[in-house]
Ligand binder design. Structure first.
Ligand code: SAM
Length: 452
């Protein structure tokens, strides 16, 4: 582990509960805890490779600490979206939502800085009846975000690839905006010691400026009375309490939550306006460095009528083809994108048309498949979703077959000719087409396991 910069230690002296000796000691023997968050939409009886002692994470009901770090790559349930590997402190977002949102989850939610998808998968599990827009500005990072969200399987998610400034035109659209901001990253030094060399006070100052700019860009799209959640994995006051002080000047009211003292989470208040924030130190909690704060917007938005872009709907033949496989018409709107039939919650289809007018949509809803001749070729997104697939043969496979399927290597199966959904521990892995003399593997090439 590289030596911690003395200027970092000196700059944190004023931070509440900062203990330089404990901080240096915890960085000298870094053993970050491995933790996962289970996908409540894809419950499994046993955690296959994770068959080991797990311990509940007190601030998130789906969170578990693992006693050892397994090879997630070689666990089919990881690829099936059964869980997401996430640092425990960041799961505190769940506790914040439980306290500040409660059970009214039919809301429009924006996760502005979303890749690789830790907070977005958590938000998708929380807002099952809402609309989640998961945005990532960096194009290459939007791909991993998409992969993780497809595996998570939620139908009500829109992935966008936009700069924060592009959200200005959606004035008052969102009930909840989460900004998990790019930061100087000191909170993750134990997991990524190489980042220590990149750290400097100048970079902290640059990050703080960028955080303020991102927030200023996105505040107009938050509804009056809506909730802004701001988070970083930095320890620096400039990126945390100082930003909260600035937010307090933008007609935002700080929100406080109840936190049991035994969790070791430190409640802080900003210097000027006393805005509340919650700090995680690895010598006090079983988790890495993290900061989170919540605000309610009190300023009024000018009422606007958002423009819509018409999205072509599926035609009668396409609707009938889907209806033969499962009953989609009540809850879902079928629509077309090029030759593909896609599905989105009916309740939010107008919202999707508004988003399409203002943003670059990388993916929306679930791709069901495309029609070829009389056949509907099912898409991998459908396999990963929680939509019914009962009209297809399901075939439970063992661990070696599951891995061979995910590696796109040869394996044998006994199954009737036709489309078959392979499952492992009852969770769908993906499609194969069984032919009389061979099996066609439809697992996405770009996601196959490369490790042998
Ligand atoms: N929320 C993510 C999660 O839980 O998995 C982690 C987000 S990470 C802390 C910050 C993200 O902000 C990165 O994905 C990064 O690409 C993105 N980002 C970088 N510069 C940005 C900018 N100027 N505006 C918005 N997002 C930015």
């Amino acid at each position: 582990m590289a030596t911690l910069p003395p200027s970092l230690i000196a700059s944190l002296k004023e931070v509440v509960a900062f203990d330089a000796a404990a901080f240096e000691a915890v960085h000298a023997t870094p053993q970050p805890a491995t933790s996962i968050r289970l996908n409540p939409a894809k419950p499994v009886q046993a955690l296959s490779l994770l068959e080991q002692d797990t311990q509940a994470i007190p601030w998130c009901s789906n969170g578990r600490y693992l006693s050892a770090r397994p090879s997630f790559t070689m666990d089919p349930l990881f690829h099936a979206g059964g869980y997401y590997v996430q640092e425990a402190s960041s799961m505190f977002l769940w506790h914040l939502l439980e306290q500040l949102i409660g059970s009214n989850t039919q809301l429009n939610v924006l996760d502005l800085c979303a890749a690789p998808g830790g907070k977005s998968t958590l938000l998708a599990s929380y807002f099952t009846n809402g609309l989640l827009v998961s945005n990532e500005v960096i194009k290459s990072r939007a791909n991993i975000l998409e992969e993780n969200l497809v595996k998570w399987g939620s139908e009500n998610v829109v992935i966008t690839n936009n700069d924060p400034s592009h959200f200005k035109s959606l004035s008052g659209f969102f009930d909840v905006v989460v900004v998990d901001a790019p930061c100087s990253g000191s909170g993750l030094f134990r997991k990524d010691p190489d980042a220590i060399k990149e750290w400097s006070l100048d970079n902290v100052a640059l990050c703080a400026q960028r955080q303020q700019r991102i927030l200023a860009d996105v505040l107009p799209c938050l509804k009056t009375g809506g909730l802004l959640i701001y988070a970083t994995c930095s320890y620096s006051k400039a990126e945390n309490e100082a930003i909260c002080d600035w937010l307090s000047t933008q007609q935002l009211h700080s929100k406080q939550v109840t936190v049991p003292t035994e969790w070791g989470i430190v409640a802080t208040q900003s210097e000027q306006f006393g805005a509340y924030g919650y700090r995680f130190f690895p010598y006090l909690t079983k988790g890495e460095g993290f900061f989170i704060a919540a605000f309610e917007k009190s300023s009024h938005n000018e009422p606007v009528r958002w423009k819509e872009q018409k999205i072509p709907l599926a035609n009668k033949q396409e609707q009938d083809a889907v209806e033969q496989l499962f009953s989609a018409s009540n809850q879902w709107q079928l629509f077309k994108q090029q030759e593909s039939i896609k599905l989105f919650p009916k309740a939010y289809f107008t919202h999707l048309q508004i988003l399409a007018k203002h943003l670059y949509i990388k993916k929306a809803g679930i791709e069901i498949g495309g029609i070829k001749g009389k056949d509907l070729i099912p898409h991998h997104e459908w396999a990963m979703s929680t939509l019914p697939k009962t009209s297809f043969t399901h075939l439970e496979v063992d661990l070696p077959t599951a891995i061979a399927y995910l590696q796109k290597k040869a394996f044998t199966l006994t199954a009737p000719v036709g489309w078959t959904l392979l499952t492992y521990c009852s969770l769908p892995l993906g499609w194969v087409k069984v032919l009389p003399n061979r099996i066609n593997n439809y697992y996405p090439n770009e996601w196959r396991i490369l490790k042998s």
